[in-house]
Every structure is written in C-alpha cells, then in structure tokens.
Design a binder for this molecule. Sequence first.
Ligand SMILES: [Fe+2]
Ligand SMILES: [Fe+2]
Length: 272
Amino acid sequence: MADLFVSRSLEEIRFWSRIMKEHSFFLRLGFRCEDTQLINEATQFYRTFEAIEQKALSFPEETDPATIYAFNQEVHTAVSHIWVFKRKVLGLILTCRLPGQTNFPLLVDHVSREARYFRNRLEELNQGKLEPLPDAIIDENVFFLRIMADHAKFIGHLLDPSERKLVDQARDFSHDFDQLLYQARDMDSMRPQSQTVPLLNQFLDQNRVSVASLKDFKKTARDLIEQCKIKSIIHPLLADHVFREAERFLEIIELFERSLTGISSSNRVLHH
Ligand SMILES: [Fe+2]
Ligand SMILES: [Fe+2]
C-alpha cells in the first residue's frame, strides 16, 4: 500500500519545486544585464530546483519513507537558500542599489513568502504533525488569499495601461481579495470561538466562489497573452504560473470542504 507520507511529500515537492524553478527564471528576467552575479545565482537556483523536480517525478510511490525523509531535508535546505536569496534581492531593491531592474518589491516579497510556506510544509511533513483542521482552514486561507490579492495587483500593473478594461477587472479582483483577506484575519483573531462548522463552511464557500472566478480571469489572461492578443509585459509563463497557484488554492478549499462535511456528519467537536 502506498504510504501517505510518501505520496503527500512527493505531491508537495512536485508542485512547489516547479514554482521555485520558475521564480528563479522570473527574478533573472528582471535583473539588469550588468548584474551578472545575481543572474548566475538565479540560474543556479533554476538548475537546483529543476533537478529536484525531476527527482520528485522519478521516485515511485512505493519508495521507502526513510528515503523520502532524507529527500525532504535536502529540498528543505535548497528552499532555505532560495529564501535567503530572495530576501537579499528585496534588500538590494529597497535600498535602491539596482536602479532600473524590473521586479516589483512586492513580487520579490511574495515569492519569498511562497518559499517560506514550502519550507514550513516540508517541516510539518517530516515532523509528522499536521495542524488540526480548523486551524489549517484559517491559516491556509490567510496565506493564499494574500497571494491571490498580490497576483491581481501584479496583473493590473503589468498589463499595458491602454488595456483599460482588463486593468479595471484586475483592480476589482485586488479589492475583492483584500476584503476577503481582512475577513480571514478577523476569523483568525476570533479563534477558537470562530471555529464552528457553520462559520468555517460559510467562510470556505465565500472564498471558493471568488477564487474560482479569479482562476477563470487568470486563465483568460493567460490564453490572451499566449495568443498575443493583449498588450502587456507579462511573460506567458508568469500568467500560467499564477493560474496554477489559483488552481492549487481551489483544490485546497475543496479538500477542506469535504473534510468539514465529514466532521459535521460525525458530530465531532471542533474545539481542541
Ligand atoms: Fe509563485
Ligand atoms: Fe504567487
């Protein structure tokens, strides 16, 4: 029988190592051509995460858990290093030492938050302790709603200003997700009293509807960019990247909704 620890670890690494690889690519695109040291570092991270991705894809589901435990540690080290690199780049940008480079500071902060998230997931997997469902629901939503709100802002700012309709739509999504993020933070501060089945159900339901519509918007944008039908400075891979992240958030919400239904039908107490 396939080991849950093995399949969860491989699934997580397959998704996020590709994301880390693409972050290296986006960072490199934004550097100035004279910043050869930074370009080399980014290229090195690209290779590291590509190798990790290939390795994760090649491990069969029957792999010995001890092998995966060691692999998780190896990936953890690589993720810690790319996090340090991203924070270093953020520092250089914010102290105006890379004038003219083209990655927004918020984007660099954003990709570092994604690295930290991935690193935490690897720690949780290896320590074998998963958060209780009601805590996971709030924490994952606080994390991903901010990620979604950022994406809407990046899209809005990287579209050509002449794409007025799309820029407006992106701004609406940004506002919508900022509001959802505040609601999620309110649920967070009202813990544990806010962790009832009806409140969490409603919370997930509302978030799912907005994420589904943002996902559709990103898909449309991605297709338009790939077909060269709109004016922007968005790389097609970036458009696909943010689409995949929305897809993942949606899957996580749906998984939570199924787990909550299981809990309410068995009348388990949520508070812990
Ligand atoms: Fe990302
Ligand atoms: Fe992202």
